[in-house]
Design a binder for this molecule. Structure first.
Ligand SMILES: [Ca+2]
Length: 205
């Protein structure tokens, strides 16, 4: 399914209801039905992953696109802020190069758990990307492996909770990357030439 925002947002603004569910509801029925979001321009795009193949995406204050049983998600809508919120039972995350979609180079967030804890998303045309791993006592295992600069981003922020293991193999060139591991006993691995003069990392906790 493709939602094209080129001629405006087809999804109404307004309060969000859970019963009956408001917004656009899409059930991929467990097959390889993708969700493609394209064109348009927003301030905020938020992907709330809720489980394997399931979650919702909101643009600004519009009602959500709620989905189940689909893969993958490709979002090249222009937005200033992109936020990914992991489901509470996710453990392992990988941030890697995504596919080229038209002329947009995407980055990809995928679950490293087996079975997958959430559906992967390819995203591009976002200025500030924030990845919120599960916050809680669970260990978060995050691997950053972006060797290509996606279209759009200036910053990437990764927030984790619990006792974390963060592995930095490559960060996007020219993208200011911040990794905040919060409380707990955290391990931080920077491998090979992941960091160069043009890839200055900052770390806070
Ligand atoms: Ca931590």
């Amino acid at each position: 399914m493709t939602v094209d925002f080129a001629n405006g947002n087809p999804i109404p603004f307004g309060p969000v209801f859970t019963s009956p569910t408001s917004g656009l509801i899409y059930d991929g029925n467990g097959t390889s039905d993708g969700l493609t979001l394209q064109d348009g321009s927003f301030t905020n795009a938020t992907y709330n992953a809720t489980g394997p193949g399931a979650g919702n995406i909101r643009f600004d204050a519009s009602q959500p696109i709620t989905f189940a049983g689909l893969k993958p998600i490709t979002d090249t809508v222009t937005a200033t802020n992109f936020t990914f919120n992991a489901p509470p039972n996710a453990f392992a995350y990988e941030v890697v190069n995504g596919p080229l979609v038209g002329t947009t180079q995407t980055a990809q967030i995928l679950s490293g758990d087996s079975p997958s804890a959430f559906e992967l998303i390819n995203f591009g045309n976002k200025v500030n990307a924030t990845i919120n791993a599960s916050d809680g006592p669970n260990l978060s295992d995050v691997a950053l492996q972006n060797s290509l600069q996606a279209t759009g981003p200036a910053t990437m922020t990764v927030n984790t909770g619990g006792n974390d293991d963060v592995q930095v193999e490559a960060i996007e060139p020219n993208v200011a990357t911040t990794i905040s591991t919060g409380a707990g006993n955290d391990a931080f691995h920077v491998l090979g030439n992941a960091l160069t003069a043009a890839r200055t990392p900052s770390r806070s906790r």
